[in-house]
Design a protein around this ligand. Structure first.
Ligand SMILES: NC(=O)c1ccc[n+]([C@@H]2O[C@H](COP(=O)([O-])OP(=O)(O)OC[C@H]3O[C@@H](n4cnc5c(N)ncnc54)[C@H](OP(=O)(O)O)[C@@H]3O)[C@@H](O)[C@H]2O)c1
Length: 289
């Protein structure tokens, strides 16, 4: 087994470096845009051919949901066209692909957790380009695995947890939307699930949903982040999405049903607050992150 991880400097990529480094030492090559730009089909093709990889785990993406609205071309190049590049070389060389997608492929009109077979209807440029990536990958590589995840955070890069910890210290008050319900997901937990899939006895292709367990609003999430970080001086007020100016629309409800991945791969998923507490501890212990 030899694994190529793309987008390896992002939140998930950094966690995968640690998790795979322990579980499969020396068996993965980690790249990001400066060493391997997945939008460059020729470069990608040569890299994969030369590296003789058995698997590609694609963590690379354009993930700025609001910026995507004003940069649809760049977003599509990374989230859809580059996935086609991966699919093309993988199908030619027989490489297994594990790709990450998003809860934002759904429109959020549901009232119970989304299953993999539920109708998709993205409401943003980001969600639309990620869905196109799913379609092109499955059409060219029916053997691929796609994991849709949600609300990722980690000690690395920019994310809601780190932003709320910073703003909670800088400000006396904050307004956070309370009418978008989803599940915060620790990137470390997703990395563990990916490692379990890659090392499983059987590779069972298809789309799977993975987030941590439970559900909350961004407002609930912010309150818990502050409580767990010991921030008491910032008053957090719940507001509606319509009162919070954002370039992109987001689903009001995007909780994922994880039954399939749990049953197929025997994965146990932590409750979101337990993982959050652990991650906040890691952030506090490393001020360089
Ligand atoms: N973050 C979330 O809340 C969330 C929610 C649901 C699903 N997801 C999905 O989960 C996956 C991992 O997300 P993440 O939060 O770890 O993303 P991330 O932190 O934004 O990391 C993505 C990485 O991909 C790199 N990249 C961008 N363009 C590239 C290119 N052309 N070639 C190679 N690498 C490139 C980025 O580099 P630069 O930083 O230099 O651009 C970055 O290091 C993505 O597929 C994302 O769509 C994320």
């Amino acid at each position: 087994m030899k694994i190529l991880v793309t987008g390896a400097n992002g939140q998930l990529g950094r966690e995968l470096r640690e998790v795979l480094g322990e579980k499969l030492p020396g068996m993965a090559v980690y790249t990001d845009v400066e060493d391997l730009d997945i939008t460059d089909a020729d470069e990608l093709s040569k890299f994969v051919e030369k590296g003789d990889f058995s698997h590609i785990i694609n963590c690379a993406a354009f993930t700025s949901v609001d910026k995507a609205e004003s940069m649809p071309g760049q977003c599509a190049r990374i989230n859809s066209d580059a996935v086609q590049n991966i699919a093309s070389v993988a199908s030619r060389l027989g490489v297994k692909v594990l790709h990450i997608s998003t809860d934002y492929v759904f429109d959020g009109k549901a009232f119970c957790p989304y299953r993999e077979s539920d109708k998709v209807n993205p409401v943003s440029v980001y969600g639309t380009t990620k869905r196109k990536g799913e379609i092109v990958l499955l059409s060219m590589c029916p053997d691929a695995i796609i994991i849709r995840t949600a609300w990722l955070y980690s000690p690395y890069g920019n994310n809601f947890v780190k932003t709320m910890m910073r703003l909670g210290q800088e400000r006396n008050s904050l307004s956070v939307v309370c009418d978008q319900i989803g599940t915060p997901t620790c990137a470390r937990d997703l990395a563990q699930a990916i490692a379990a899939i890659v090392t499983a006895r059987q590779w069972i292709p298809g789309i799977y949903h993975y987030s941590d367990e439970g559900a909350c609003s961004w407002y609930d999430f912010a309150k818990v982040i502050h409580r767990m970080s010991g921030i008491t001086s910032c008053n957090v007020t719940p507001i509606l999405s319509e009162d919070y100016p954002a370039a992109a629309s987001r689903p009001h409800y995007s909780v994922l049903d994880k039954s399939l991945i749990k049953k197929t791969y025997g994965i146990t998923i932590p409750f979101w607050m337990d993982s959050l507490e652990d991650c906040i501890g890691r952030i506090k212990n490393n001020s360089d992150l």
